[in-house]
Design a protein around this ligand. Sequence first.
Ligand code: ADP
Length: 808
Amino acid sequence: MHQENGDIDRDEAERLAALASYDILDTPPEAEFDAITRLASQLCGTPIALISLVDEMRQWFKSQQGLSVCQTPRSLAFCAHAIRQREPLVVHDARCDSRFADNPLVVDSPYIRFYAGIPLEMESGHRLGTLCVIDRQPRELEPAQLRSLEDLARLTVSLIEQRRQKREARTRHALLDSLLEALPEGVVACDDRGELSFFNSRARAWHGAGPERLPPEQWSRRFDLFEADGRTPLPLERIPLRRAWAGETVRDQELCIRVPDQPPRFVACNGRAFFDDHGERLGAVVGMHDITQRKRAEREIAETRAHLQAVIDASTEVAIISTDRRGLITLFNPGAERLLGYTADEVVGQLTPLAFHRPDELEQRAAELSRELDRPVYGFDLFVLTPRLGRPENRDWTYVRRDGGQRRVRLVVSVMQDDAGEPIGYLGMALDLSRLYAVEEALRLSEAQFRTAFDTAPQGMALVSLEGAFIEVNRTLCEMWEYEREVLLKTDFQTLTHPDDLAADLTQVGQLISGEIPYYQMPKRYFTRTGRLLCCQLSVSLVRDGQGRPQYFVSQIQDITEQRQLERLKSEFVAVASHELRTPLTSIKGALDLVNGGVIGAVPESVEEMLRVAQRNAERLGQLIDDLLDWEKLAADKLAFDLQRHALRPLLEDALDSNLGYAERFGVVLVLQGDESVAVEVDALRFAQVMANLLSNAIKFSPRGGTVTVRYRRHDAGVCIEVEDHGDGIPEAFRERVFQHFAQAEAGTTRRRGGTGLGLAITKQLVEHMHGCIDFASTLGQGSVFRVWLPAVLRSGERLENGGEARR
Ligand code: ADP
């Protein structure tokens, strides 16, 4: 009995749980259920029809016709009885049924007399309630009416079941939605026609767009899809969603989403089509996994590895050998190949570094280490024991090459560890000491050479710090400035410099340090220890280290006090001499002109010849003085030039006219060729001087009856003026010195033809001051042609730059 009750209780508890799971109690009315009760009451002709659900303490009506309450206590419910059986419960007259006769719903409102209830049995077998019809008077139900009522009850059951399925579907949908939105992956889907239907929030963010109705041909462009190289646009047949829709299973297809103005995103795609229960395709879905970080990490690792490999391969001066934990060689770089004469193939995976060592050195080291650690140490441990104990291993060894040759090396060994600090191998780097010694030796040698040169240099030399302190000075400088070396080393150049020269020097020091100029030279005055002022020529260069950082200055200092004085003396002498000579000479020439002009009467023939010689020599002397003065002025840059625009031809005509007398004296004809109208920018007087020099040379070196031709022509942006003679020409050996001052081909010519040897030197300077240049061509025995190149002036008055200079 007790057992039975227990079963009933448990069944009822399950039934109540099932009822609750439908989540239907106390929900608002629904049209479908109301339609059923309406139909039931019509079919059976009863005023009341209910869908009643039996809860723990009450019966609640999901739908009711003809009744205003929505629930009644379970204890009074007919339905509570009805659900105890599978068959319909029909009570024809409640008054005559002992179970209900004194039920308040029978004796009182709503005065129930007739009741027919069909249990609502769910798929699970639980009977949740009934569909029932009620009347206030006793009655019968036709069998057909009862069957229809049963049909309606079945309809009600399926409605309740559907209701729950719909709710479950909604829940699943919501779950899926929130899952998709929360997913760190991008998800995109299309429908059965291949139209884009869904992008989750990631996909929308990554593409900067949602699913749009677009022809698939435009997807790549619209959604910025590229191949994994990040450059090639993704062709239609490679778009994962298209592939999945077409029936392919997409596995880890990598591609790049490159939205403008954003860093490229690399994704791995997986996808497939999905189908309904009947195998009809419903659409396709693709998940995209962001692998940008992984790609970057992979690339970085590859780069680092390549970098490291490059370093290892490039270190031909250092032997790099790595081994595994037991000593077997795993890496043997070109430096090691070079040092040891083995190829990497011969040693990697074959040998341990022990193969490169001299047995006696190994034994000696073994003895040392064993003593130190108080246990036998041998084999590969000889190299790696100390680094493994955390002490640096840096030792000189003798390597034995493959060919038997020996090399002293410095070997540094370190332990390679994994992330957990466990040794995974060893790395040895060996430096060939004989090469190192050679470099040191070369360094010592060049240092010694520099020191000797420094010490014995005839000019003063100093190494000067960037701040100006003397780091080293040579003997000449000490003597020049009358200082002891030790005293000079305690001072700086600023202290010894004449205050007026300091600023210019410091400016150039700045330019030197900043790299604007590679070195500089300047005349500069220094005070000696005894207070004398020395004029020096200073040359400074800057020494930089391997990284280009300034280290110190190298200064060369030459005493030019004497040279300066000499120069001053010379120019004073020239000035005085020319003035002192010119004044008396003018009167001598005047006197001779008078005598030779016959003004003071006839002179004896023997005297006449002497007077003519005297006059010629006086003229020559005058010419020499003029040339000397010009030369001196040119050298001191004191000759003023008044550059003006002139038509060339009239200038040349004047030059020819002025030298006509001289030409007649030598029986030479002057010819002018050229008719172009061209202008030049020259100082007319200086130009005349140039032409006079060239013409007089051409005339005096021409044979009697010869012709001297002056011609001019345009040449590119310039003008070329030629003075040609048919004289002896200029000897090969002399050609180099033609434009030097006081240069003449042979002593004899001067005497024979006159001249100072200054003419062409002056001419060259004058031409260059007028932005032109001069050269010549000469054939011995046939004549010479001197060419002056000048820049032409355009009609606008503008001069073309470098027209003549290009030929210098
Ligand atoms: P000088 O006053 O002696 O002529 P220049 O400087 O004008 O001095 O000329 C230097 C030397 O160049 C001449 O002495 C001569 O030897 C040589 N020279 C110059 N022009 C000619 C020329 N047209 N033909 C041959 N030799 C020449």
